[in-house]
Design a protein around this ligand. Structure first.
Ligand code: ASP
Length: 324
């Protein structure tokens, strides 16, 4: 009887401690975990967002880069973290492609997380080093096909958006070229600008400045419509790659079991950020778009993630790419 009572008292005590901690959240800095290297597109988005989350949470939000395994390492770290809201994952479309790409994924995107909401949509651009001879899309495709054994394409590893986009492009033009994985497309971009690699498909948040200043060549954007900040760049769709579209979307996640008051505080901070004209404008300049507040919700992220897993699974299986 006494033992039962002590166990009950302990459970009640623990519950109270968690709830008090949740009410008090955040009383120390929060980590925003980025699955790729510093200097890349996810990192840039995260650093912009962190400032705004900090403002609402009235607490420091520190960007932590945990690159590896095409972004899946960071997701697995956050899935296994203490469910207290101090480790928040910012992950992109890779969250929905990883289940098909990895035979042994150490986490389940549908069951191991609590969702905070969607953050932003970011189109991609197909770019090349300035030394590559072709100057327009038609010549570019002919050049890639004729030189497929000599060229290479940088990406951020299996599961990264740059990997997915490159894969889809190569399959559409029927030219398989060698891929070179980096810890993120920040370092891959440096290699491209240094003429060490030939091609890359990467998010506008990483490529807009380099395109505008002519430090890379651009052959198209992956959205269905042209992007306001890169109006002079035609879409791949309008250049003949009919219906080609890769829309990278981002969401915020914390470990399963994180208390509701913590989820609510994080969600309120995310909603405040996506409503803030400063955040929205910063993203527009980078060719991206913050989501509307109705998409910055756990329900919207859950629905979108599930739909994207269902969309990409068969495409990836058909392409026959996977990692063990
Ligand atoms: N977002 C990039 C990709 O998926 C990687 C990065 O953010 O560095 O290719």
């Amino acid at each position: 009887m006494l033992r039962k009572f002590s166990a009950l008292a302990l459970a009640v005590g623990m519950f109270c401690a968690v709830s008090v901690a949740a009410q008090d959240y955040p009383n120390r800095p929060v980590s925003l975990v980025v699955p790729f290297a510093a200097g890349g597109p996810t990192d840039t988005l995260a650093r912009n967002l962190a400032q705004h989350l900090s403002k609402t949470l009235k607490q420091q939000v520190i960007v932590e880069n945990r690159a590896g395994a095409g972004g899946t390492l960071a997701a697995s770290v956050v899935a296994k973290s203490k469910p207290d809201g101090y480790q928040v994952l910012i992950a992109h479309i890779g969250m929905s492609t990883a289940p098909a790409l990895y035979r042994k994924l150490p986490f389940n995107p549908l069951t191991d997380f609590e969702y905070i909401g969607q953050v932003a949509d970011v189109p991609m651009t197909l770019i090349a080093r300035t030394g590559l001879p072709p100057d327009n899309y038609k010549d570019f495709v002919a050049y890639v096909k004729a030189n497929k054994d000599k060229l290479n394409l940088g990406n951020a590893g299996l599961g990264a958006a740059s990997h997915l986009c490159g894969l889809l492009f190569m399959s559409r033009i029927e030219a398989n070229i060698q891929t070179i994985p980096y810890n993120g497309t920040g370092p891959a971009m440096a290699a491209l600008m240094g003429n060490q690699i030939d091609l890359m498909c990467d998010q506008t948040t990483n490529t807009t400045g380099a395109i505008q200043s002519g430090r890379v060549k651009v052959f198209g954007v992956t959205s269905k419509k042209r992007i306001p900040s890169l109006q002079f760049v035609p879409t791949l769709h309008e250049q003949g790659l009919k219906d080609f579209e890769v829309a990278v979307w981002h969401g915020l996640y914390v470990a399963k079991g994180t208390p509701k008051p913590v989820l609510d505080r994080l969600n309120a901070a995310l909603v405040a950020a996506v409503k803030d004209p400063q955040f929205r404008d910063a993203l527009v300049k980078l060719g991206a778009e913050a989501v509307t507040p109705d998409r910055a919700t756990p329900e919207s992220l859950a629905k979108h993630l599930k739909a994207e897993i269902e969309k990409w699974g068969p495409i990836i299986k058909k392409a026959g790419v996977y990692a063990d």
